[in-house]
Design a protein around this ligand. Structure first.
Ligand code: GLC
Length: 419
């Protein structure tokens, strides 16, 4: 089959058509309803035991942000007038041994990082300190201060943590490090923290979305915020490439939407498709960030792509192959952006079926922030779904670094204490 015919077939397989749009939104709503009423559903709809903040919360807190290979510790001051200041912040890198070893190794490492941070910022460990913990994985909760890990996602697999309360595990590690007065008092998913942080300063915010290594969203139901865990949505048509990726993944059958949208998987999909079209194999190190560079390449002969491929030891790529690679990246990222828009549209219309009010969506994550054209494609798809006028009621607001701030605000709901 000639290349352009094969490319056309692939583009068709990854297309999200107008017909798909209506069906996916209906299925999304139906899965949301089932999840809320505890029936079997790919959407877990996990109660967060957190409400939207008032904007008057005050105090000083430590905040932790764990959800990918970076782990961050922050000291934050909530000023009580919708303003937060960062008193200190430090990033730590998790190694493979932390992510794939035992839970004890992981949480002892984290507790060690907290100790390092407190030493560095001369925070008196003799005093009482409350920690807000953003833990970006699916958790079952019964109160604000506990979170039972349902299952790891995004390549984490530290042993003996699933089914356990991660707050207890971390508090035990803090004790072991001698931090007897430093305690986790509140835990939340990153989507929840992002929504809380944005709505601390902007009352109209009612959805928190992450489009990064993983993907997910939350919104307020009548009683409290619900963590949708939309990455696990599975009422979508899979291409043969999705099936291969799913099969190769650590969690086959789970996180189907996430495997089509999020940064952890976009590069893998591109490589799988490229394998069928391009002579040279694209190496594993080729990730979403590289796809973005290729898509942004408007140079004659795609010389930036050539340079990038050279870094990956593909020294004499043909122009025709570079062009194909660019098209493949566009096909895969366009589907990802369109599916993201559909998921956002589903949540907003769950809150406001006629879209009669204004909605601010707090969005964070590397794919949304950095991938060339991603946010533009989401916005275009929202217009396609709702028409220009109604779509203008949805405002996507990039909310960087919100998840740590949100953790501090949530901790404030439990009790304040100065450093
Ligand atoms: C994964 C996690 C989810 C998190 C998301 C974004 O989907 O399961 O809890 O919110 O990644 O980090």
């Amino acid at each position: 089959m000639p290349d352009n015919k094969r490319l056309k077939n692939i583009a068709d397989a990854f297309d999200v058509s107008r017909q798909d749009i209506g069906r996916i939104i209906r299925d999304f709503h139906s899965e949301m309803r089932k999840g809320l009423s505890r029936r079997k559903s790919s959407l877990k709809m996990l109660p967060a035991y957190v409400k939207k903040p008032k904007g008057t919360e005050r105090g000083e807190f430590l905040a932790l942000d764990l959800g990918g290979t970076n782990f961050r510790v922050l000291a934050l001051r909530l000023k009580g007038k919708r303003r937060i200041s960062v008193l200190g912040s430090k990033k730590f890198i998790l190694k493979k041994k932390h992510i794939t070893g035992t839970g004890k190794t992981l949480f002892d490492f984290i507790a060690g990082c907290i100790k390092t941070f407190m030493d560095e910022y001369k925070i008196d460990t003799g005093q009482k300190h409350n920690i807000g913990f953003t833990f970006s994985f699916p958790m079952k909760k019964r109160r604000i201060s506990s979170g039972i890990l349902l299952r790891w996602t995004k390549g984490f697999k530290a042993g003996a943590v699933e089914g356990k309360d991660v707050v207890e595990l971390l508090n035990e590690s803090l004790e072991r490090k001698g931090l007897h007065n430093t305690k986790v008092v509140a835990i939340a998913n990153d989507t929840v923290s992002t929504l809380v942080a944005k709505s601390y300063e902007d009352k109209t915010c009612d959805v928190g979305v992450i489009l990064g290594t993983g993907t997910n969203a939350c919104y307020p139901e009548k009683q409290m915020i619900i963590n949708i865990e939309w990455g696990n949505f599975n009422k979508i048509r899979l291409t043969p490439y999705d099936r291969t990726l799913n099969h190769l993944s650590q969690n086959p059958g789970e996180q189907i939407l996430e495997k089509m949208i999020s940064g952890m998987y976009l590069g893998v999909l591109t490589r799988l498709v490229a394998r069928d079209l391009i002579r040279e194999a694209i190496p594993e190190a080729f990730k979403a960030e590289h796809m973005s560079i290729v898509e942004a390449d408007t140079s004659k002969n795609l010389s930036h792509t050539d340079k990038l491929l050279k870094k990956f030891r593909i020294r004499d790529s043909k122009y025709s192959d570079r062009k194909l690679l660019k098209k493949i990246c566009a096909i895969i990222s366009t589907r990802a952006a369109r599916l993201s828009a559909l998921a956002i549209a589903s949540v907003v219309t769950k809150i406001d079926p006629r879209l009669s009010g204004k909605h601010t969506i707090a969005v964070d994550g590397s794919v949304y922030e950095k991938y060339t054209g991603f946010s533009r494609r989401i916005k275009a798809t929202l217009k396609e779904i709702f028409g220009n006028k109604k779509a203008a009621n949805i405002r996507l607001s990039l909310t960087k670094d919100a998840s740590a701030k949100g953790a501090a605000i949530i901790a404030a709901a439990v009790g304040a204490r100065s450093f």
